[in-house]
Design a binder for this molecule. Structure first.
Ligand code: ADP
Ligand code: MG
Length: 744
């Protein structure tokens, strides 16, 4: 059923990347109909922008290239990034330097010029009858223009931001308009539009765009309104008290009040998120109908034997719950697509093993993919030792497995004598053929690209059940959007007896104290990681590097056995060094972030991160997760130099305050924005929300999802007439996506 690539790509990639139709939502509120010349006086959304007064061919070119504005509709959907409230006039005596932009009404008493050249300055003494304030200009050209245009004694509206200069309040470079010839936006909420350098060079600043939208609404408003269809069903609009689509579009540009702007923004954000969720959910439901999965009804000998005789410790309640959730998935006859989130050290591996045993009990093979050879090998060892004495064959397949050994493994996989295959992307190679692949577990998925996963898909005629495990915590709102079609399980509990890792901040200048602490831990028989941001010295980065750091550590710890691991080493060497550290032969591991993911050495209790300011929150948290895996108190030491930006300071503080991966991920999402989040970028997610913000609009994401879900429940066959425009809009968005994918 799933033999073709195109089908694979449709069903598969939602684990890491946006489902294939997602990028359309970049255009949720920016439809791109074909341009057409208006043949009748009636204009609509597809009317070319050149028909707007003031936009000639030159400017049209710039508008299209820089802002994607080709049609009236595009302009309508180019929302201002902020408004400034010009509905209120202030008195001069009310002003303070921390106020935003303000408006004053009054007259210029006199001008005063002083300085020359770059210091040339024009001051206008301005009064509103209640006080006097100076308006100041610095550029010679501005000065000339101001003096010739604004006369003493006439009444003006002055608009600007008060600042303190030489101990006195003044307003540098204000906007001035005669009080008797106000523009549309004066005395209203004035829109500000984003423009680029190139636009500015072509004379297109925010004010020009303001003139365009103003013309759009005053000259063509009625036509545009007639051409704008409502996209949400009436009952959703009613129950959520949303403003109508046209009104929200208009108010986003020219709101009569701050409240109107708030409601318009809310409506547009909701719409944007709603169609994303409707797309994801309807897709997921379709897939459930289409993609049948293997029925794994038996929990049999292998699972029970392991559970009874081999389980090294009692499962946590969270682990039990998650195993139950997966057992249920595998029974239904639907293909399981589950994302397992659990903080570092929460015990995901064991859960994966139990799930694999269910597959084996039902006559299937299972496969585990890890992002690195080190990790694959470590999983293999763990599995073999846990399953020792049980009649199960666990094999490793990485790039390092060669020659005769490789042939044996491949043959075993093909005949079915290998029950569990563990590997890196080597398991994706075409020469790997499974007898009966029933379950695929992908560990730390964000390292796997879409194409790689699609290849694995082809290894089986019926789609295997899929379990994607990640410790990179994904905030709920992002998960709902990125992995919206996956079922999510969460291990929200650490195994008992773990002591939370203590995190401390050290300055580079106080390393000696740190070294003393490290010596104490090593003296107690513990092991230590030291992580550097770079391998080699570099003038440009000015950070500590592993090569120098290694020499420094050798000098500071002459009697300590030190390993060194970095990404440029040959895999074989790297693995040998890792193995030496894991076995306790070496006591210190100096490394780059290659050890970031998954490595498990419970005896290591100290994680020192040099130049911690160079790392993102998610990365710091992953690194910290390498310690605190045994019963001993562990420490994470963030070393930075003295001068830190506020942003870095905040990151360090968050790390020191909390061990909760989800809290950290939320903070990360808030400061960096979803596009930046580690993992999401690697997965090639093109996520371009126009107005909604996944970090700030979390509750709205949930509301959008619930509303979309209810709509699908109420109208599964899409036949209710009141929903017709909504389904049409969804189809339109998908269709746009189709074009988009053909182009790129
Ligand atoms: P992660 O979720 O980060 O992949 P692991 O699966 O590597 O975590 O587990 C971390 C450590 O916790 C391992 O040493 C594992 O053996 C141990 N562990 C897992 N489950 C339990 C449990 N229920 N009780 C005690 N220790 C456990
Ligand atoms: Mg793991």
């Amino acid at each position: 059923m799933c033999a073709t690539t195109s089908f694979c790509l449709k069903v598969w990639p939602c684990h890491g990347a946006a489902p294939p139709f997602l990028p359309i939502f970049a255009q949720t509120i920016s439809p791109r109909p074909q341009c057409r010349a208006p043949t009748t006086p009636l204009t609509d959304l597809s009317t070319a922008i050149t028909y707007l007064p003031g936009v000639g061919p030159q400017r049209a070119k710039v508008l299209e290239a820089e802002a994607g504005i080709r049609t009236f509709g595009d302009l309508l959907h180019t929302f201002p990034y902020k408004h400034i409230d010009r509905t209120r006039l202030y008195y001069i005596h009310e002003l303070t330097a921390d106020m935003p932009f303000v408006q004053l009404r009054g007259e210029i008493l006199s001008y005063e010029e002083d300085g020359a050249g770059r210091k040339h300055r024009l001051t206008a003494h301005f009064t509103d009858g209640h006080g006097v304030i100076d308006l100041v200009w610095f550029q010679a050209s501005a000065i000339k223009w101001i003096r010739s245009h604004y006369t003493v004694g006439r009444v003006y509206i002055v608009f600007g931001k008060a600042t303190v200069f030489n101990g006195r309040l003044n307003i540098p470079h204000p906007d001035i308009e005669p009080a008797d010839s106000l523009q549309l936006s004066a005395m209203a909420m004035q829109p500000y539009y984003t423009t680029t350098e190139r636009m500015k060079k072509a004379g297109l600043n925010s004010r020009s765009l303001e003139r365009f939208t103003s013309t759009l609404f005053t000259r063509f408003g009625a036509d545009m309104e007639a051409a704008t269809r409502e996209t949400l069903p009436p009952d959703i609009i009613g129950s959520l008290h949303l403003v109508a689509r046209w009104q929200s579009l208009r108010d986003l540009h020219y709101p009569p009040s701050a409240e109107a702007l708030r409601r318009a923004t809310y409506r547009q954000k909701f719409e944007e998120l709603f169609f994303i969720q409707l797309g994801i959910l309807s897709y997921a439901r379709q897939r459930q109908q289409v993609a049948r999965g293997y029925v794994m009804a038996t929990v049999g000998r292998q699972f029970n034997t392991f559970y009874r005789d081999h389980l090294p410790f009692a499962l946590t309640a969270a682990q039990k719950r998650v195993v139950r959730e997966m057992r249920h998935d595998m029974l239904t006859g639907r293909q399981m697509n589950r994302l397992l989130q659990g903080d570092v050290g929460s015990g995901k591996t064991l859960v994966a093993l139990l799930t694999m045993l269910i597959a084996i009990d039902n006559g299937y093979q299972a496969c585990l993919m890890a992002p690195t050879e080190i990790l694959a090998e470590q999983h293999c060892q763990t599995f073999r030792s846990m399953l020792a004495g049980m009649d199960l064959r666990v094999e490793l397949l990485t790039g390092a497995v060669k020659g005769k050994r490789r042939m044996e493994v491949l043959a075993g996989v093909e005949t079915g004598s290998v029950h569990i295959l563990i590997g890196t992307h080597a398991v994706l190679e075409d020469c790997v053929t499974f007898a009966q692949l029933g379950l695929v577990v992908i560990d730390e998925q964000h390292r796997f690209g879409v194409a790689q996963r699609a290849r694995l898909w082809r290894k089986s005629t019926t789609p295997p059940h899929v379990l994607v495990m990640t410790a990179t915590p994904i905030p709920r709102t992002l998960a709902m959007t990125l992995y919206g079609d996956l079922d999510v399980s969460v291990i929200d509990e650490l195994p008992p007896g773990r002591k939370p890792v203590e995190t401390r901040h050290y300055w580079t200048e106080t390393l000696q104290t740190l070294y003393a602490g490290m010596r104490r831990e090593i003296g107690k028989g513990r092991q230590v990681y030291v992580v550097y941001p770079a391998i080699h010295e570099s003038e440009k980065l000015n950070v500590q590097d592993l090569e120098n750091g290694y020499a420094e550590m050798q000098e500071a710890f002459p009697d300590v056995r030190i390993s060194r691991v970095h990404g440029k080493m040959r895999p074989r060497e790297k693995d040998e060094e890792m193995a030496r550290f894991a076995s306790g032969e070496t006591q210190m591991l100096v490394a780059t972030t290659v050890i970031e993911v998954g490595v498990n050495v419970p005896n290591a209790t100290v994680m020192v991160i040099m130049n911690a300011e160079r790392f993102g929150l998610a990365q710091l948290h992953q690194l910290r997760g390498r310690v605190g895996r045994g019963g001993e108190q562990s420490y994470c030491i963030l070393v930075t130099r003295y001068q830190l930006t506020t942003e870095t300071r905040r990151r360090i503080d968050i790390m020191c305050e909390t061990n909760d991966g989800f809290e950290i991920a939320e903070a990360d999402l808030k400061t960096r924005g979803p596009g930046d989040l580690e993992g999401t970028q690697q997965s090639g997610m093109a996520f371009d929300l126009h107005i909604a913000n996944l970090a700030r609009d979390g509750q709205l994401v949930q509301l959008a999802r619930d509303t979309a879900s209810a709509l699908l429940d109420a109208d599964p066959d899409r036949t209710l007439p009141q929903n017709a425009p909504t389904w049409a809009r969804l189809a339109e968005l998908r269709h746009d996506q189709f074009d988009w994918s053909n182009i790129s």
